[in-house]
Design a binder for this molecule. Structure first.
Ligand SMILES: Cc1cc2nc3c(=O)[nH]c(=O)nc-3n(C[C@H](O)[C@H](O)[C@H](O)COP(=O)(O)OP(=O)(O)OC[C@H]3O[C@@H](n4cnc5c(N)ncnc54)[C@H](O)[C@@H]3O)c2cc1C
Ligand code: SF4
Length: 814
């Protein structure tokens, strides 16, 4: 009988999974681990949602551990399936989908939820919080249709949401109940400077405003305040605080106050159940920042792994606003009180403000605006509790203590004098010594490599300048010159170098590339694994076997995962043309499998939404239609107008051309999704000029437009060429797409690629007919090898087993 204990984690978020990572390092075989997550995503970096909203990062980039990590570590994971009941006597949890899992140890890590003010109208459409990927997607979608946004709450989260919405092109007003912004982290002068800076960026503010009601019929139309003034708006984001998610714990009989009450070792009031993260309350505090939660996670992991550990004693926290162009840092007790003294400097010309709060000769708090370089060292002084009497002014001004003036120590001197145990990355608790170890002993000579090895600067990125300075400090001049960014933190090679090395050395598998090119993370990450998988398939079309585990969920299950954990099925409908028989078949399947919604997509296809994973192969089989690749980095649609078949303006047969292109390219995998359209005249009803490749008929000829995009960042396509015959349309289309396949970075849409390399470069590359024909030939070779993924799964029992119902897959099978 197995002696391995069962560990169940409720909450697939930052604190819980961090704890599991530590347990796996400390005692890899101690537990059979099962994770339940309410969200349908793998563990991701919630902090980075602000960057996703601001447009600097994609959702795929913020995944900390992709699905292959769970698989590789033998973890049974149930995404999109929250625990709804806990039976502490039988030591069993039950999920919404009916999965039951027993445990020896249970970790509650359910985090918090955004607090929605209980105002009349707060339940209207368009009123949301800012907590997860779904909220981010709602805001991004709203920005496509609506103009005006209001953010209630002028704290850190509210301002980051507001900046993101501004970037999405919305007119944004921040409403704050107090007289200055971020009043929980900043004093009045810093708050005012921040307001001025953000106003210059285009943000509007209503301060000292109390919201009374949200009005509108179904969707929000306006906010009414207690002074009876009104603000018209199409979207309301509430960023007024968070509430620990404790309902489940309360129902199970655990001691709960604001959070689940824990002792210094993260034990709750019931033996065998621990709590960690934002849902936990330790010595009266439920923390809302990752640094303390990670400290808690370390203590808990050590206890569960049977390693010696000191108890968790609480944390001093620091915050940094993640809004580009604004540097704000705050830590500890930043407000003056009867028993504190403070020193400050204010430079209104350069927009710099610095304040240190002192008590009994020790630094207890600090505020920095405009120049936050000293944030990490001030935070370290606060935490160490060191007596700094006599050195206060020097520390604040950044000058040596024996000098009354001067420019202060250089960055190099500051890095050299920084104590080894100083925490550089607050989000991940990484010290100067660990960064030194990564550079000196683990060969990390890039910021990316340090990030991947130590996690320093992997979260809010606020410590990036210091990590870079430390890299130079440790690596010295010679190595410093080689510092450059690789495709991800696992390597210093960029895309072109990797592709060249794969070709030159004949590398044939993802593992081989990682080994030969000296990856510093042996298993790679969610960024490099899928990109290597793509490059290998592109370079060796005849022999490379696609690596399923290197793909994202959507591509592994050949269906788009939805926010409730169900999937969507989009069969291919060539050129958007269907028939009564095909429609009847789709309708029959939708009825038989109780598909909750059948919807027309923007690409002239039908989407069956809300399908359970286990039904996917059966539905594909009964539809008997090819996959529409609606989930993949592949050809999505070829949209067509009716053209000269029916339209009196049409000069060419756009339907026939669209179907012909789609039939040829229907299994084409690419660096990113590709959308095509064909219009039968310059009226362009198929919107061909905002597609990756759009074909527009003109009198007696066709125009090919490339690099268009209709997504978050709209980009008009540029004219690649004008050709006379249908055969030339095909030749240029296939050659262009193959050139893109061979030269773009993985995950780079054609619009971004064209902007990076320039249209002239592409025109030049394709001007020689022999080159075009060779590209077409290579594309044909690839297409000839690609099989329809749905058909492959239907016909292969082993692949089909991956779709076994979750409830049938016992948590204890690993
Ligand atoms: C936009 C944004 C920006 C932020 N910026 C910063 C920052 O700059 N610095 C910083 O330190 N912190 C920041 N934070 C806060 C930080 O993200 C949180 O402190 C951290 O994520 C909390 O970790 P956690 O594991 O406790 O909770 P979470 O990461 O929220 O994870 C909890 C998970 O449990 C799931 N869950 C809940 N109930 C159940 C159930 N019954 N069954 C299964 N699963 C369940 C939830 O859906 C969630 O996925 C930010 C947060 C947001 C939203
Ligand atoms: S693009 Fe021209 S041919 Fe096509 S539907 Fe519109 S008007 Fe008719």
């Amino acid at each position: 009988m197995s002696t391995t204990k069962k560990l169940v984690l409720v909450g697939n978020g930052m604190a819980g999974i961090r704890t599991i990572e530590h347990i796996l390092k400390l005692a890899p075989h101690a537990y059979e681990i099962t994770v339940f997550g309410a969200e349908p995503h793998p563990n991701y970096n919630r902090i980075m949602l602000s960057s996703v909203l601001a447009g600097g990062t994609s959702i795929e980039d913020i995944v900390i551990n992709d699905w292959s990590w769970y698989e590789d570590n033998g973890i049974q994971v149930y995404p999109g399936d929250p625990i709804v009941r806990m039976d502490t006597k039988r030591k069993e949890v039950v999920s919404r989908n009916g999965v039951r899992a027993t445990y020896d140890e249970l970790i509650m890590a359910t985090g918090s939820q955004a607090f929605i003010l209980p105002l009349p109208g707060a339940d209207k459409e368009g009123v949301i919080g800012f907590r997860d990927i779904k909220d981010c997607e709602t805001m991004m979608a709203a920005s496509q249709t609506y103009r005006k946004a209001a953010v209630i709450g002028g704290g850190l989260l509210g301002l980051e949401a507001a900046r993101g919405l501004l970037n999405l092109g919305m007119d944004v007003t921040v409403i704050h109940i107090n007289g200055h912004l971020m009043d929980r982290n900043l004093d009045l002068p810093a708050g005012l400077m921040l307001q001025r800076e953000l106003e210059e960026q285009g943000m509007k503010f209503l301060l000292n405003k109390h919201t009374e009601e949200i009005t509108g019929k179904h969707r929000v139309k306006a906010i009414r305040f207690t002074d009876q003034t009104v603000l018209e708006t199409d979207l309301v984001v509430m960023a007024v605080g968070i509430r620990p998610q404790v309902e489940l714990a309360r129902q199970a009989g655990l001691d709960v106050s604001r959070g689940v009450i824990v002792d210094d070792y993260m034990n709750t009031s019931i033996p065998g159940i621990s709590a960690v993260g934002e849902c936990a309350e330790h010595r009266g505090i439920a923390y809302g920042l990752v640094a303390p939660l990670y400290e808690q996670g370390m203590v808990l992991a050590k206890r569960l792994a049977g390693a010696a550990t000191e108890g968790y004693e609480g944390s001093v926290t620091s915050t940094k606003l993640k809004v580009s162009g604004v540097d704000v840092f705050s830590a500890g007790q930043f407000k003056d009180s009867a028993d504190t003294r403070s020193i400050r400097i204010q430079d209104d010309v350069d927009g710099i403000y610095k304040k240190m709060v002192l008590k009994d000769g020790k630094l207890v708090g600090a505020v920095l605006f405009g120049d936050t370089t000293d944030g990490a060292s001030l935070f370290s002084l606060i935490k160490s509790g060191e007596n700094i009497s006599g050195r206060e002014r020097a520390i604040l001004l950044g000058v040596p203590s024996d000098s009354g003036s001067g420019s202060g120590p250089s960055i190099a001197e500051r890095m050299a004098s920084m104590p080894d145990d100083e925490i550089v990355c607050g989000c991940n608790g990484v010290t100067k010594a660990s960064i030194g170890d990564a550079v000196l002993n683990k060969g990390c000579n890039t910021l990316g490599a340090i990030k991947s090895c130590t996690k320093a600067s992997a979260s809010c990125g606020g410590c990036k300048p210091i990590v870079e300075s430390l890299l130079v400090h440790y690596a010295g001049d010679a190595v410093g010159e080689q510092v450059k960014e690789g495709i991800c933190g696992c390597t210093s090679y960029d895309r072109d170098e990797i592709v060249a090395q794969i070709k030159e050395m004949g590398l044939k598998t993802v593992k081989e590339v990682m080994n030969v090119l000296g990856w510093n993370e042996p298993e790679g990450c969610s960024k490099c694994r899928p990109s290597l998988n793509y490059y290998l398939g592109m370079i060796w079309p005849a022999e490379y076997e696609d690596e399923r585990v290197s793909k994202f969920t959507n591509e592994r299950y050949h269906a788009n995962i939805q926010k409730d954990g169900t999937y969507s099925v989009i069969p291919r409908i060539y050129g958007g043309v269907t028939s009564p028989a095909e429609l009847m078949k789709i309708a029959a399947v939708a009825e038989k499998y109780d598909v909750p919604m059948v919807k027309f997509t923007g690409g002239q296809r039908l989407d069956l939404l809300g399908v359970q994973k286990e039904n996917l192969p059966k539905i594909w089989e009964e539809l008997d239609m090819p996959s529409g690749f609606g989930y993949g980095k592949a050809l999505r649609t070829v949209k067509t107008c009716v053209g000269n078949t029916f339209c009196r303006f049409g000069t060419q047969d756009s339907i026939e051309m669209g179907i012909r292109l789609e039939k040829k390219l229907d299994k084409m995998v690419a660096p990113a999704k590709v959308k095509l359209a064909v219009s039968g005249c310059p009226r362009n009803c198929a919107e061909a000029t905002i597609k990756d490749l759009g074909v527009v008929a003109i009198d007696g000829a066709w125009e090919l437009h490339v690099g268009g995009n209709g997504g978050v960042k709209v980009r008009a396509a540029e004219l690649l060429c004008t050709v006379k015959t249908d055969a030339e349309v095909e030749e240029w289309t296939y050659a262009y797409l193959q050139y893109y396949r061979e030269n773009a970075r993985w995950n780079e849409r054609t619009a971004a690629w064209i902007e990076r390399v320039g249209l002239d470069h592409v025109k030049k590359a394709l001007e020689d007919r022999d080159v075009r024909l060779a590209l077409v030939e290579r594309l044909e070779l690839t297409l000839g090898r690609t099989v329809d993924p749905w058909k492959e799964i239907i016909e292969n029992d082993k692949l089909r087993k991956n779709f076994t119902p979750l409830a049938d897959a016992q948590p204890t099978t690993h």
